[in-house]
Design a protein around this ligand. Structure first.
Ligand code: DX5
Ligand code: ZN
Length: 246
């Protein structure tokens, strides 16, 4: 029997290439290749040199690419004061705004503001930030992003202990009957993608394995195929607890 995806507590996988690894001399072209390869969204790492020890780009890069793509844009705010960046990223065409729990004193207030502005909401956690910090906000957001490397740079290696964190977060959501996106960000590649999906993550953010490859379209296609295959196995073997209760 084939299970319908919407009867399953884990949403289907999405591949989200991260602009950070793209060739900045020809961003428009690169984005079109990723879209052709089947990318589901695009990921923009906005860094301020304070929250992370690196500076990338601001909302104007999103704005410049808005006319080049129909994909939803995720703004990953790796900044000290996420509140200050909300309006600029929304007017630049951001569709989902992700802020770090470590950088926000009043997350419920910020979530409420983002909802009123009509955008999707996500919360990001650094690798060593415990899941208990989001226990009371998880039901109000669309996505939890687990950093699987220390934030700030592309091209790092996936921290193996994060597999367990993904599993714990998925079971926390399932216990609450929540069907939300779990995104992983950092060191996602063709080899660890099946394990990541089996652990319960469904949004794969990847820079090196997408824009960092010489054939971007094929790389995105390949990552998507691997993730879909792993997801289908998960559904087939999935325990009753993953099913949406009628
Ligand atoms: C890291 C950024 C990531 C980065 C991932 O701080 O948040 O989005 O682009 O790059 P890879 O896939 O190369 O680890
Ligand atoms: Zn990111």
């Amino acid at each position: 029997m084939t299970l319908r995806h919407d009867a399953f507590l884990i949403p289907p996988p999405k591949i989200v290439p991260s602009i950070l690894s793209a060739d900045f001399r020809r961003l428009g072209e690169e984005v079109r290749k990723a879209e052709k390869g089947g990318a589901d969204m695009l990921h923009f790492d906005i860094m301020d040199g304070h929250f992370v020890p690196n500076i990338s780009f601001g909302p104007m890069i999103m704005k410049a690419l808005r006319s080049e793509s129909n994909l939803p844009f995720i703004a990953h705010l790796m900044v000290e004061k996420p509140e200050d960046f909300v309006e600029p990223v929304i007017s630049a065409g951001g569709n989902i705004v992700i802020f770090h729990i470590e950088a926000c004193r009043y997350p419920l207030r910020l979530i409420d503001h983002l909802r009123r502005r009509g955008v999707g909401v996500g919360i990001a956690l650094n690798p060593t930030t415990p899941l208990s910090t989001i226990k009371y906000v998880v039901k109000y957001v669309d996505m939890i992003l687990l950093m699987t490397v220390e934030p700030g740079f592309g091209g790092q290696v996936f921290i193996p202990e994060m597999m367990d964190k993904i599993r714990s977060l998925r079971s926390l959501m399932i216990k609450q009957g929540l069907r939300k996106d779990i995104a992983v960000d950092g060191g996602v590649d063709f080899n660890n993608a099946p394990q990541i999906v089996h652990a319960g993550a469904n949004v794969l953010i990847a820079g090196t394995s997408t824009f960092g490859q010489s054939a971007i379209e094929e790389a995105v296609k390949k990552l998507k195929m691997i993730a879909l295959e792993a997801y289908n196995t998960l559904i087939e073997q999935g325990s009753e607890s993953f099913r949406v209760k009628p």
